[in-house]
Write a protein that binds this ligand. Structure first.
Ligand SMILES: [Zn+2]
Length: 95
């Protein structure tokens, strides 16, 4: 599935609700999902990890939609490698 298609799907399911709640309220929900992902990582539970990664991605994509950001376009900055060093894999210093 393309990023554009996923954003369209999540928009179809949640846009009205999330847009009504607004950016700030939806951002709070997003951060709660990130917290659930953190717990799944700590538990190292593969089934929960799959679920929580999907939830975090769905909330992120929905946030992008209510902020009028097209993710298919915005990820283009990575198409030719790391946006800083331009390499694949990145050779930027970790410090
Ligand atoms: Zn780099």
């Amino acid at each position: 599935m393309e990023i554009e298609d996923f954003q369209g799907l999540i928009k179809e399911i949640y846009f009205e609700k999330d847009n009504r709640r607004g950016v700030e309220g939806t951002f709070v929900w997003f951060t709660e999902e990130v917290g659930e992902l953190a717990r799944a990582i700590r538990e190292n539970n593969q089934a929960r990890l799959r679920e929580e990664f999907a939830d975090v991605l769905a909330w992120l994509v929905s946030l992008a939609s209510i902020c009028k950001v097209d993710l298919e376009e915005s990820v283009e900055k990575y198409l030719s490698g790391c946006p800083k060093c331009g390499q694949k894999p990145c050779v930027c210093s970790e410090s």
